[in-house]
Design a binder for this molecule. Structure first.
Ligand code: F6R
Length: 259
């Protein structure tokens, strides 16, 4: 696992955006796996800035988002469809129809999860998968005790995840109880994985993910199995790492290693 530690959340978001832009320049037809949530807002703002500066184009790329709430239509203000349009899709040059998310309102969420997994397989799997980190160690909505080889399916959200996401809803009681999420097995099939996390609230989960045992108790620890996983953290999210000196020696200030 490549662990890059940046001084603050803005620098971490810029570093992660730079890695995505670099991949798209190298392989414009990349299938991106995208995430939502508070952490991604600064990263998407930086990607939009790179696009406006002419540094990166999404015109040949495609994307699959990690997850969507069961029961929310694409037009619901708290849906991830709406989030993605507001924070990225309306501001860059993806081709029409190239950006996909699960549909939360089909009436048969299990069938929709199976269809979405098959669609990812048909696309040749994800090239670069972007991830945030739940304070409880979740990736996507793979809550603790999720199977480490799970595929896209319906998951019940934990109380703590519903509480953490209540800020996106008018009434905390409106936060759905279920989501369709790519599985950990789906995520592990990606060619490259890039996880971004910042803040003290993520420090324990970040340490468990990087240095803890491989365990369904911390779904993000499954990234230890991935050959091309990069974790970008700010100082506060890195605060509980015990091998901090080592990561800093290999990647000083989050830079690429020199060999
Ligand atoms: C969102 C997702 C989640 C979030 C995680 C962190 O698509 O899959 O795993 O990345 O809950 O959310 P924030 O960034 O809001 O702390």
């Amino acid at each position: 696992m490549r662990v890059l530690i940046l001084p603050d959340p803005a620098a971490a978001a810029e570093r992660a955006a730079g890695l995505i832009a670099e991949r798209l320049r190298r392989q414009p037809r990349t299938v991106l796996g995208l995430a939502t949530g508070g952490t991604m807002e600064a990263l998407y703002a930086r990607l939009i800035a790179h696009h406006r500066a002419g540094d990166v184009s999404f015109a040949a790329a495609r994307s699959f988002n990690l997850d969507e709430y069961v029961g929310l239509s694409p037009d619901h203000p708290a849906s991830y469809w709406r989030y993605m349009r507001a924070h990225l899709f309306d501001h860059v040059d993806f081709a029409p129809g190239a950006t996909l998310l699960p549909h939360g309102d089909t009436g048969d969420a299990r069938a929709e999860a199976d269809r979405y997994e098959a669609e990812i397989v048909r696309a040749g799997d994800i090239g670069l998968q972007l991830l945030g980190l739940g304070a409880n160690g979740h990736i996507g909505f793979n809550e603790p005790t999720s199977s480490l080889s799970s595929l896209t399916r319906v998951k019940t959200l934990t109380h703590s995840t519903r509480e953490a996401n209540a800020r996106f809803f008018d009434d905390p009681a409106d936060v759905p109880r279920h989501a369709i999420t790519m599985g950990i097995g789906t995520i592990l099939r990606a060619q490259e994985v890039l996880l971004l996390a910042h803040g003290t609230g993520k420090a324990v989960a970040a340490a468990q993910m990087i240095e803890g045992p491989l365990s369904a108790a911390c779904p993000a620890s499954a990234l230890q199995l991935h050959r091309h996983a990069t974790v970008v953290l700010d100082e506060t999210a890195a605060a509980k790492l015990s091998l901090r000196d080592y990561y800093e020696a290999v990647h000083p200030s989050g830079c690429d290693a020199e060999i």
